[in-house]
Design a protein around this ligand. Structure first.
Ligand code: ADP
Ligand code: UDP
Length: 235
């Protein structure tokens, strides 16, 4: 497959066209942003960690019956994925209180929920990604009711597969964000990435943070945390 013109440059990845209109190439950068884009920086080696980990997880999910955009890893930073029309929703699953959930509802971090929660935000930088529910998404024409149901069921399934997998690596999956997209026939796929940028990972024994919170909160040891997650996944 041949790489063609750049279609998009986001905060963490670039997207390139290919000679086949069904596929694009995503290229992972070391750039990091947080706090609604106010905080900017780089995390050395992050692009490669996120690319390789995301590809590994997408393949694990495929094996477990989840349709994903993953096609082929080209290099440390570049991957061919199915070209999709992204549903402008961030789907967030939480197993344990942290981040905005803890802030919003005035509770401490670390409360293990009796069952996982789901929430949606409208992917719109100008509006600062406001929270919305499935009715709002339907009202705004972002997705049909059937699509919202599929997205919800699939996201909980992704959680079950990932929770079990990360537990086997001594890592607690606290929460994470997913995105979905549709192909030309309207078929939904899991898209974007699953990485320490988009998940909260806590060491199961020590509680140490092994994700982007180290960057968001200026905790230091950011690169080391990404490398540690890489080591857990790939040995
Ligand atoms: P952002 O746009 O939030 O800055 P990124 O830097 O990660 O995020 O850019 C990657 C962009 O590519 C995102 O807008 C994401 O929704 C989009 N994307 C992810 N997977 C696919 C896909 N399979 N097809 C088309 N676009 C995708
Ligand atoms: N998340 C993400 N992108 C976003 C917002 C959140 O990947 O734009 C992830 C984040 O890494 C965490 C989960 O979604 O794993 C829940 O994030 P939260 O709502 O607590 O917001 P945050 O504190 O991360 O801004």
């Amino acid at each position: 497959m041949e790489k063609r013109e750049q279609l998009y440059e986001g905060k963490a990845k670039k997207v390139f066209a290919t000679d086949d209109p069904r596929f694009v190439i995503v290229s992972y950068k070391d750039d990091a942003t947080a706090l609604d884009g106010l905080k900017k920086g780089t995390i050395a080696g992050k692009g490669a960690v996120n690319n390789r980990m995301s590809n590994y997880l997408m393949q694990l999910l495929e094996k477990n019956g989840v349709r994903t955009h993953y096609v082929k890893e080209l290099s440390d930073r570049e991957t061919v994925v199915r070209k999709l029309k992204i549903v402008p929703l961030e789907v967030i699953i939480r197993n344990i209180s942290a981040g905005h959930f803890a802030q919003r509802y005035g509770v401490e971090e670390g409360i293990v929920f009796p069952e996982p929660t789901i929430e949606f935000s409208y992917k719109n930088d100008d509006l600062h990604d406001p929270l919305l529910n499935a009715y709002h998404a339907f009202a705004l024409g972002l997705a049909t009711k059937e699509e919202m149901n599929w997205i919800k069921e699939t996201s909980f399934k992704v959680n079950e597969v990932m929770k079990k997998y990360f537990a086997s690596l001594g890592v607690t999956l606290v929460d994470f964000k997913l995105e979905y997209g549709k192909d030309e026939d309207g078929v939904l796929y899991l898209a974007d990435e699953i990485s320490p940028d988009t998940c909260r990972f806590w060491d199961a024994k020590t509680g140490e943070k092994l994700d982007k919170d180290r960057f968001r909160r200026d905790m230091g040891g950011v690169e080391a945390a990404y490398e540690e997650m890489m080591r857990r996944v790939f040995g």
